[in-house]
Design a protein around this ligand. Sequence first.
Ligand SMILES: Nc1ncnc2c1ncn2[C@@H]1O[C@H](COP(=O)(O)OP(=O)(O)O)[C@@H](O)[C@H]1O
Ligand SMILES: [Mg+2]
Length: 316
Amino acid sequence: MSTRTPASALFWRILASNGVIFVAGTTILALSPATVSSPVLAGELPVLTGGLALMVAANALLLRSSLAPLVRLNALVARVGALHSGDRLAVGGQGDLTDLVATLNALLDRVEAERGARTAHVLAAQESERSRIARELHDEIGQTLTVVLLALKPLADRAPADLSDDLAAVQEEVRASLVEVRRVARRLRPGVLEDLGLTSALTALAGDFSTGGLAVERRLEHVPDLGADAELVVYRVAQESLTNVARHSGARRAELALAVEDGAAVLTVADDGSGPPGREGAGISGMRERALLVGARLTVDARPGGGTRVRLAVPI
Ligand SMILES: Nc1ncnc2c1ncn2[C@@H]1O[C@H](COP(=O)(O)OP(=O)(O)O)[C@@H](O)[C@H]1O
Ligand SMILES: [Mg+2]
């Protein structure tokens, strides 16, 4: 007995299909009054052609059903390249090729589970490293700048008139640096997310990006508690999307929206710039990886009317 690989099963199935057709054809020829003369007579031609057409049609029908799973498999393999989590073929119908489908599904389960675990690990490491840098920025550089500012105050108070303008300018520089350091620290570790919740963190983020030529409009509705992990994903997606708007789009206006739609919390970042992106870089694929981790769906496409729209739907 041969081992039952999908290939050998397919071989036997095709052989059997053709066997049935040949046996049927031969039986009909042997038992029916029809004969074929040599050379063939005009009257026999239609019968011959009809029989042939029947055999080809029956063969096509049988082969098509045998090979149908291959077509679906091919489509699945093509889809899987694009990070479609949980995308599987239904294991149905008769044996042989469906075994291959089941094997592939199991392989995908394993690969996706491993990829999920690896991504979670990398992202957790990244978040903790960011927290550390934020803490050091805030505690070390922030403290030093505060000390400098405090030391400048009595100097400015006692300085002769011709120095006081310069000293005031220096004080202003140091104060601005302190604000900047705190802002960078906050971006690295969204403390507001832990302290005040998602909506306030997003409000602060929109404020950070509303500078110079870009106006970020907010439409933030209240959404139910999504859990710390999902809220961090929403925050980081908003942050990366707004960074892209500021860095690549050349847009004058952007919109940051959070709303509940069909049982999901939906974050939208839309701009009226030069997008949508032609190719995805580390930023967008990073957003996809994060979305996958919390079972959310991310789409990056064209905004009606021009520009880019990033949409993240997190199931509630
Ligand atoms: N909002 C946007 N408007 C126009 N182009 C964009 C926008 N977002 C992304 N892009 C384009 O898509 C590319 C990939 O973005 P991304 O994956 O974030 O990588 P990166 O920002 O590191 O270049 C960008 O280099 C840019 O050309
Ligand atoms: Mg980017």
